[in-house]
Design a protein. Structure first.
Length: 396
């Protein structure tokens, strides 16, 4: 797995508070859960006092103290920008609304997933990539964003214009993660064309079988024309810019071998147990969707995240399209022996995603790490985020 040093961020962070001291009976460390006190100074953790409640501490009692969540793949900016078909909100406003919802879910570091490459699907926002990128960068310069934002560029490798868009975006913006996506009918996530047809029938009411046939044929032609050459070019571009790479929807051992050869760091959403096992064995961090955990399975009919957790090959959870699913998904796998209890479950949404993308300054409650912490209360077994702090300052 390739670990990269993150580039300097141009974002203006919140001004850290002088000091913050918090006590809890359940502080979730990277390897265990302890009672004690966490001391933060100027945005960093300076001490973790086990079995001690310092006199000056704010006592959270039975509420859990967990690290700020690290989200590598969320498409949730899109519904804020396009809340209805053919309706586009002002992007600067959309970024702030999205940021607030991300923070409320306990996420303190987020990789905003933006699509590069035009898509024949009319609801695609790929053509508006640069409007969103500009809005995010403008929002960063205000110093008012609650969450630390980075870009995950989702590259549709079969698209005719994906290379130009990706290269232009990399020249203009800071990108920390690039994923290599192929949504061709009959391939990877959509290897079952019947289920894909059902999806489009529901999504595009009135689309006839003949129209679906033509749409699928067009996508297959794009794959034949572009997939191999574009993937090679995108991999080279990513490495040249020192951007961490992610595979997407690997299905076969052959797909995984290709990902290993491309030196990817993260295996996003493998669709089979075989692909997940091979990825994990090769040192790729296996990422699955937290909604898959919460719903009890994949909405696409692929392998369940819980099955991979039980097999010991699940490393990272992502909220994908429901921000609150990240904390819910972590608690939802805490009972699985192979995960390693609550501490291991929380690692899948904190330390593991941070490490996989080179962010060694966050993702755990430990001295010298960032003061990114979340207060969580269990209500009827459900985790409820009560307070969120980034660099020691409350942001939600």
């Amino acid at each position: 797995m390739t670990i990269l040093d993150p580039k300097p961020s141009l974002a203006i962070p919140p001004e850290p508070v002088g000091s913050l001291v918090v006590a809890s009976r359940s502080i979730v460390l990277a390897d265990r859960v302890i009672p004690g006190t966490v001391v933060m100074e100027n945005g960093l953790i300076v001490a973790v006092e086990e079995d001690r409640v310092l006199a000056q501490a704010e006592d959270w009692g039975d509420d859990l103290l967990v690290p700020g969540l690290v989200e590598l793949h969320t498409d949730h900016l899109e519904p804020h920008y396009s809340p209805r078909p053919k309706v586009f909100w002002e992007p600067f406003s959309a970024v702030f609304a999205y940021d607030a919802q991300i923070a409320a879910a306990g996420i303190t570091t987020v990789f905003d997933s933006l699509r590069a490459g035009s898509d024949g699907d009319s609801v695609s926002l790929g053509a508006r990539l640069f409007a969103l990128g500009d809005a995010i960068e403008r929002a960063k310069t205000t110093g008012l964003l609650r969450v630390d934002h980075h870009t995950h560029l989702r590259c549709e490798i079969c698209s005719d214009d994906v290379l130009d868009q990706t290269r232009d975006y990399l020249e203009r913006f800071d990108v920390r993660l690039m994923s290599l996506m192929d949504h061709t009918p009959g391939q990877r996530q959509f290897r079952d064309e019947g289920k894909l047809r059902d999806y489009y029938r529901g999504k595009k009411k009135g689309m006839s079988e003949a129209e679906l046939d033509a749409f699928f044929a067009e996508r297959k032609a794009l794959h034949d024309r572009n997939a191999l050459a574009h993937r090679r070019a995108l991999v080279a571009t990513g490495h040249d810019h020192r951007v961490a790479l992610a595979s997407h929807d690997d299905t076969t051992v052959g797909h995984v071998a290709e990902s290993v050869a491309d030196r990817v760091a993260v295996a996003e959403f493998p669709t089979t147990v075989e692909a997940a096992r091979a990825s994990h064995a090769a040192g790729l961090a296996v990422l699955m969707g937290a909604p898959n955990v919460v719903r009890g399975g994949s909405h696409s009919g692929n392998v369940s995240a819980r099955e991979l957790a039980e097999a010991g090959v699940l490393d990272i959870l992502s909220s994908d399209y429901v921000p609150v699913s990240l904390i819910e998904g972590a608690f939802g796998i805490a009972d699985i022996a192979a995960i390693g209890g609550l501490a291991g479950a929380i690692r899948t949404v904190t330390k593991n995603p941070a490490d996989a993308t080179g962010f060694t300054d966050r993702g755990e409650i430990a001295s010298a790490k960032r003061g990114d912490i979340v207060r969580v209360r269990l209500v009827d077994g459900h985790p409820v985020v009560r307070e969120v702090f980034r660099l020691g300052r409350r942001v939600s």
